[in-house]
Write a protein that binds this ligand. Sequence first.
Ligand SMILES: [Fe+2]
Length: 373
Amino acid sequence: MEPPEHLVTAPEPHAGRPAGIATPAVPPPDILRCAYMEIVVTDLARSREFYVDVLGLVVTREDEDTVYLRTFDEFIHHNLVLRQGPVAAVAAFSYRVRSPEDLDRAEAFYRELGCRVERRAEGFVAGVGDSVRVQDPLGFPCEFFHEVQHVERLAWRYELHGPGALVRLDHFNQVTPDVPRAVAHLQDLGFRVTEDIRDEQGTVYAAWMRRKPTVHDTAMTGGDGPRMHHIAFATHEKHNILSICDTLGALRRSDAIERGPGRHGVSNAFYLYLRDPDGHRVEIYTQDYYTGDPDNPVVSWDVHDNQRRDFWGNPVVPSWYTDASLVLDLDGRPQPVLGREEPKEMAVTIGADGFSYTRKGDTERGFKLGNTL
Ligand SMILES: [Fe+2]
């Protein structure tokens, strides 16, 4: 049987390496997984209400200006830190590494790149020990840690789970002007590409990269950056996502739903995108696929394939392409945003100049009504 026309699988991604970031001679840290994000919110009580009372994340600890939250299957202290501050932004994309020695590796790796590096034996936030924070070559504030306080894994505590229970942190998504440059840096860090979106001219619009054996720990989305596109939490099943939609409708808060629910083409996951009270984007995500074999095939999607972002051909709202959160430097100042020079996905796929297809070559009937918002 011929493979479906919308998928092109490639054994080797990204032949040739873009200029821009050197590969350090020292080995990278052994990263296990994305572990938590620290975000600054401008009204902590409002954000707490959204993440705890509406979405049902579990409070591990809180004080006057910080709330530490985790998902039901998690055994480490937190997956999300909300911190009160003047500007809504991301303070850290945090990864857990395999051993304490991997912190030495992280420190040496980024020092060789000439990046700003800070290490605190007591950690930067509660519940986490020795940690390295860096401003990476792409401008993102990243953290690495191993020591962490264990807490009760609430996986079996079904009496606490709501119908939309968030059970794991799944991934980050970052906006960066030059995707191949970002991919090269993450490959140096030990990440592998699982899927990407590109065109026949070779422009790469987005790439999904993993350490843990799922589709991704983070995705690099082409756009003005560095900015944070979203943080994604997983549910067990699709009906949990539908329940979150019903809850938001019942609360007359459907304006928190930005896009979806739907089925992604990329990742094959079921999805929903929400916006928190500061506009930080949260994805609810479930049921992608296993990617842990060393010869896991890379899936490349044509940017003009109308099923790449939504497998049912539903439109992507423009705000999803344009809006994202600022990121902070290690002093807490917002990083300047640099424009993407290459074509933008929204411009090449919707509007007067863009085009996309449901069936390649079918230019008369290829569109689904409403996909050109
Ligand atoms: Fe995502």
